[in-house]
Design a protein around this ligand. Structure first.
Ligand SMILES: Cc1cc2nc3c(=O)[nH]c(=O)nc-3n(C[C@H](O)[C@H](O)[C@H](O)COP(=O)(O)O)c2cc1C
Length: 306
């Protein structure tokens, strides 16, 4: 089974990706959180810092673009190509209200004419530029049955991989993924499909043993050893020493690139909303971590937890 690390905006940044690769590894492709090119600016300095080869030379990284505009896509794709990327992913799944209101991400899934115009522009460029384009999609915007027509559109294009998160926009990340629609895609997509959604335990991954590849997101945050637990099928103890190395690398590297306690702690606390599941009996200590206002308070709370 091949494993892809899902893009998680604000979380799977280059510092996180490198720390994960060094301490855990086992990932065939890391998908970068989306960039949003505009007519005036295809890649911001922050985008370049996140995606530049120097910061990503130890991993296989796939950049992701969120747009409904072929000109903006091609502009950004040309710059990414110049940086050495041969695969680019198109985001057709983001459920955020502001994104969807602009008919981007999952918001474009109800605008079939515009969707086809975008895909025409993208695949024409890709054919001429020797680049493969994968797509990460939801089933539709409002109702999952929209997927039957959307898949017909996708089937007109040489999509290198169609990564499906089988929910609609309004599901956000809640409820059970609609597996029957993914099975429909397995049977009816002319392009390879990849499953993504709610794989949190080794048992969940085992249920997908017929797939050659899956994309994991929050599961790898809740449990960074998830892939090893699936691969080795043993009930071994979680390696906390390795987890703390992973934590410390992220914490120190964020301190180097970000100004001030507030910014760094904001990012660490977001991680702790997932990592707290590693310490199910330590609610009080986790609360102290989440309430800490400076490095001193944060580190004191960590010492209690350890
Ligand atoms: C905090 C957060 C940020 C996300 N950012 C992105 C993103 O930048 N691009 C994208 O395609 N999906 C994004 N997603 C969706 C995930 O990639 C993934 O599809 C979703 O979490 C379901 O997979 P999971 O159940 O394995 O986590 C995000 C999800 C979360 C929770």
């Amino acid at each position: 089974m091949r494993f892809y690390f899902a893009p998680l905006e604000g979380i799977t940044r280059y510092i996180f990706r490198n720390a994960y690769e060094k301490n855990y590894g086992g990932i065939d492709k890391y998908f970068a959180p989306f960039i949003s090119p505009t007519h005036n600016c295809f890649l911001t300095p922050k985008n370049i810092r996140e995606l530049c080869p120097e910061h990503n030379d130890k991993i296989n990284l796939i950049p992701q673009i969120l747009t409904n505009n072929p000109v903006a896509f091609v502009g950004a794709a040309n710059e990414l190509k110049a940086m050495g990327y041969d695969e680019i992913n198109l985001n057709l799944g983001c459920p955020s209200g502001t994104v969807c209101a602009k008919r981007k991400g999952a918001g474009l899934l109800s605008e079939w004419y515009e969707l086809e115009k975008l895909l025409d522009g993208i695949y024409e460029w890709a054919g001429k530029n020797n680049t493969i384009i994968s797509i990460k999609t939801r089933l539709g915007r409002f109702e999952p049955d929209e997927f039957y027509d959307i898949l017909e559109i996708y089937n007109k294009y040489p999509i290198s991989e169609l990564i499906i998160h089988p929910r609609v926009e309004k599901d956000y990340y809640k409820g059970e993924p609609r597996l029957e629609y993914f099975e429909y895609a397995v049977k009816n997509s002319v392009n390879p499909v990849v499953y993504n959604g709610n794989l949190f335990e080794a048992e969940d991954i085992k249920k997908r043993n017929n797939d050659t590849c899956v994309m994991l997101g929050r599961g790898l945050l809740y449990n960074p050893e998830l892939i090893e637990q699936y691969n080795y099928e043993s009930d071994y103890d979680f390696d906390f020493k390795r987890f703390w190395n992973f934590h410390d690398e992220i914490y120190h590297d964020y301190q180097e690139i970000m100004g001030g306690d507030k910014n760094v702690l904001f990012h660490m606390k977001e991680l702790w909303t997932y990592w707290r599941s590693l310490y199910p009996d330590s609610d009080r200590d986790i609360k102290h971590i989440l309430k800490s206002k400076n490095y001193g308070e944060y580190e004191a709370a960590l010492r209690n937890l350890k």
